[in-house]
Design a protein around this ligand. Sequence first.
Ligand SMILES: Cc1cc2nc3c(=O)[nH]c(=O)nc-3n(C[C@H](O)[C@H](O)[C@H](O)COP(=O)(O)O)c2cc1C
Length: 319
Amino acid sequence: MNLSVPQLQALVQAATLAPSSHNTQPWLFRLEGQAIELLADRTRALPVNDPDDRELTISCGCALLNLRVAAAAAGLQARVEPWPDAADTDLLARVRLAPGRADETDATLQTAMAERRTYRARFATTAVDPMALRSLVDAVHREAASLAVLDTADQRLGAAALVAEGDAMLWANPSWRRELAAWMHPRRRGDGLSLPALAIPAAQVVVRTFDMGHGVAAKDRQLADESPLLAVLFTASDMPSDWLAAGQALQRLLLLGVQRGLQASYLNQPVQVAALRPKLQQLTGLPGYAQLLLRIGTPTQVKPPAPRRPLADVLVTTS
Ligand SMILES: Cc1cc2nc3c(=O)[nH]c(=O)nc-3n(C[C@H](O)[C@H](O)[C@H](O)COP(=O)(O)O)c2cc1C
């Protein structure tokens, strides 16, 4: 029994619910018979914030995990071939779909895809349940990445200081601020950022013009300090295949977290500043490459979903 185009499109729609840096949604999807191909849309790259497309590839990894979850929930087996064409580095993965042998664990994550939010507000003071934490660590391992919880006072203070240092360095760079402001443009539709802390459209001008590093650093340091759980998602090496794995690991962690009443947000500044990245990894006491610094906890408010591009904009038609 062949899958119809609307069935395949429904899987793509689920994939687009994934998080992405600056909400760039740097992905495209091509329907190829009974397979869906995931392509990097490098026109949506962030050359200042993410010069190697590392976060871009992580974002695409998140979309790939969503695709796998949606396929499992539809009773399909999803076989992922990463980089199936050596000559085309934009073709990140081909997902071959077939009825039967669906992954049962993945299928249970279906409803979490629409409930997940990047939760930038303060969390409840409740600690994360140790069983839930164990399942998050396992979820990340399952996707060939690792999660190191920063739980000693030294580790937490060290991470908070690196976040503040990262903020100061990023905000001092006018090119970085311009790039961020471009993704906060009030005329953007279906993508980009709207930070509730800064009222748009004023925010965009303010971000572009002023180094707000000190204020942001103080706020982020506090968020890191008081986060119920601070954790580094890291990989053994630092190749595009690690970034794609890190994205799938991140999204599996986020969806599993939602199932357990948790949401997360990012304090990636020490990963984005090259000089600070090894220092963050050192804090874990483990070898590897830090990919993301996450704060995780119990939300106290319901947040609206961030915008997404229409399906037609992310589907590539084969001529
Ligand atoms: C690789 C990656 C890096 C991100 N980095 C940050 C970050 O440094 N700060 C932040 O506030 N959000 C960060 N985000 C979250 C995105 O801004 C968010 O996913 C996007 O705005 C869409 O919102 P949603 O996650 O609520 O759907 C990141 C997301 C990804 C996938």
